[in-house]
Design a protein around this ligand. Structure first.
Ligand SMILES: [Zn+2]
Length: 270
């Protein structure tokens, strides 16, 4: 499976290859956005669901503390409070930009804003994940989901709902074994090509630390998904509050120039 193959398929489907043809506005000027072929998406909603975890310094991560703060000014001395914060880009509920696993994909500030608002399909694999922390969402899981809820719409985001957020605060969330290998669910590598070429969805979402499962060493999902110009969102919360289909995702991706991703506010409208 090669990326050139996927890109050719996307080109023939008429969808732009984002890395080359659909850069967002790098100057940060407000842009008016058309939903184009997705303009018939309903915009009414009755509930707002926060899919974002509170980011604490001890939130599970790959590289030590999730963030560190330094006091720069205090109200008592200076009349206002100000801190300087530092963190790795991929902490907490956060976005993976295409450049994270590709040579020349979009950076996070270049992800087209219209792709950050989209229908959300939530695939519940909790029953399988609870029995096997190395479970990967499979093509069979997608077939079963579509049998019940209909075809995943073009331009949607697909979320893996493993129930893993209930383990935050415990060792099980990272699932690190005595050899240092992590164990948590993710997307199977085979699913990437299907969701790209056959469903043309724009984002992949997980309630674990990574799009690929914890013990992956090759990261096949990342290496197909992100180079195709698509983004990921990891460590999301509250997927259980959403219907399998019908919610609208609003991905508040950060807009730091040149960055490979970063924590942001992720919201769903139901
Ligand atoms: Zn990431």
């Amino acid at each position: 499976m090669c990326n050139a193959h996927i890109i050719d398929k996307i080109k023939s489907s008429g969808r732009p290859v984002h890395a080359a043809a659909a850069k967002g506005d790098p100057d940060g000027a407000p842009s008016s956005v058309s939903f184009g072929e997705r303009q018939d998406i309903p915009v009414s909603f009755s509930r707002v669901v926060d899919l974002t975890h509170r980011l604490t310094p001890d939130f599970p991560s790959f590289f030590g503390p999730a963030f560190e703060t330094e006091t720069v000014r205090t109200f008592e001395k200076d009349g206002f409070n100000l801190q300087r914060i530092s963190y790795y880009e991929h902490v907490g509920t956060h976005f993976d930009a295409p450049i994270h696993y590709s040579e020349e994909g979009n950076t996070i500030d270049e992800v087209p804003v219209e792709e950050l608002v989209c229908p959300l399909a939530v695939i519940d694999i909790r029953a399988k994940a609870i029995k096997d922390p190395d479970y990967r969402l499979s093509l069979d899981d997608i077939a079963a989901f579509e049998h019940e809820h209909g075809t995943i719409p073009k331009g949607a985001c697909v979320a893996m709902f493993s129930g893993w957020e209930s383990y935050i605060g415990t060792e099980k969330f990272r699932g690190e074994d005595s050899e240092g290998t992590l164990h948590f669910p993710g997307f199977h590598g085979d699913v990437a090509e299907f969701l790209i070429a056959d469903r043309d969805v724009c984002g992949a979402v997980v309630d674990t630390m990574s799009l690929d499962y914890g013990c992956s060493t090759e990261f096949p999902f990342h290496y197909q998904w992100l180079p195709s110009g698509r983004y990921g969102i990891e460590n999301v919360a509250n997927l259980g509050a959403l219907p399998p289909i019908g919610a609208t995702l609003i991905g508040g991706a950060p807009k730091f120039q040149g960055c490979t991703g970063g924590p942001g506010r992720v919201i769903a409208l139901v």
